[in-house]
Design a binder for this molecule. Sequence first.
Ligand code: CP3
Length: 347
Amino acid sequence: MHERSDKAILRVLDGEPVWPLPIWIMRQAGRYLPEYREIRKQAGSFLDLCYTPRLAEEVTLQPIRRFGFDAAIMFSDILVIPHALGQDVRFVENEGPKLEPITSLADLDRLSDEMPIERLSPVFETLDRLRSSLPRETTLLGFCGAPWTVASYMIAGKGTPDQAPARLTAYRDPAFMQALIDRLVRASTAYLIRQIDAGAEAVQIFESFGSALPPALFDRLSLEPIRQMVEGLKAARPHARVIVFVRGGGPNLHRFASARVGDALALDWTLDPARVLPTLPDGIATQGNLDPLALVAGGEPLMQGIDHILASVRGRPHIFNLGHGIVPETPIDHVAQLIARVRGSGT
Ligand code: CP3
C-alpha cells in the first residue's frame, strides 16, 4: 500500500472518490496555446523541443500556470522509444511523424536489443526539473505508448488509416510482429521505471489505436503486452501508479479491469460513463471522457457533456479528462469554462 497522498489525482488512483473531481487534459501542452507555439518556433525541430530539458519543462508548465490543472504530463512523445532504439524518426511540419519503416526480423536486428536508456536522459532531466518547479499539489505524470500503437508507426513509418500495414504484418509475419512487440515491452518497461525514478508519480500508457485490432489479435498485441508492462513496472517500483488509455478499448475494457491492468482506465469519448462505470469492479479508478470536439464547439454541447460526466461519476474515483487529446483549434476560453464548471460543481 501507499502512504496516503494529499494530491487529489494520487488519491483517486488509490481508489478514493474525490470531489470536485481533479482534472487534467491529454495533450494539454500543445498548439492551442500561443505560448507553446512561441517556444516551439524557438526550439527548431519538434524532437529538439522534446530533448531540451529547459524548454520541455517550460512547455509542460505552461498549461499549469494558465489553468492550474491537477496533473502535469511531461512534454515528450511516444516515438522517442523507436528513436532511442536506433530507428530514424522525424516530425514533418503539418504532416506528422515520419520513420524509416521496420518490416522484417532483419530490420529489427539492426535496432538495439536492450534499451539504451541513457539516450533518453534529457527526458529524465525534464522530470527532475519539474519535480521542483511544479506547485506542490500538482501530480507529475510520465507516459509512453503501448507496444501495438508504437509498433504500428514503426512498421508503416507514419500514421495510417486503421493501421493497415501493421495489421497485415501481424497476419503475414507473426514471428516478426511478436518479436517487435516483445522488444517494445522490454524497452517501455525500462523507460517507465526510469521515469518513476526521475520523479514521475504516475504514468499513462497510450494505446491510441486499440480500436483497429480484431479480437483474434487483441489479446496478444494489446492486452497481454500492456499487462506485462504494468506487472514489470509494479514489480520493480511497487509505488508506481498506472493509467491505461485504450482508445476504442470499449469491448475489452472489462478484461483490462478484471485483470487489474492499471490503477485507472481512461475511457474514450464514445463510452457512456453512466452505463460503463457501474459494471466495472469496485476500486478501479476511471478517467475521461469528454469529446474533444465538444470542447471545440463550446456552448450547450460543452456544458451538457461536462454535466453528464459529473452526474455519472459522482461518488466514484474518477479523474476528469477528455476522451482523447485536445485539438489545436480549441478556443482557450472553452478550456477555462470547462475547468470552472468541473471545479464549481459543489462539494
Ligand atoms: O501535453 C501532453 O499531453 C504531453 C505531450 C504529448 C505529445 N504527444 C506532444 C506532441 C503526448 C502525451 C503525446 C503522445 C502521442 N504522440 C500519442 C498518443 C496520444 C494520442 O494523442 O493518441 C501519439 C499517437 C503520438 C504520435 C504523434 N506525435 C503524432 C501522430 C503527432 C503529429 C500529429 C499532431 O498532432 O501534430 C505528434 C506530434 C506531437 N506530439 C505534437 C505535440 C504537442 C505536435 C507537434 C508540434 O508541436 O509541432
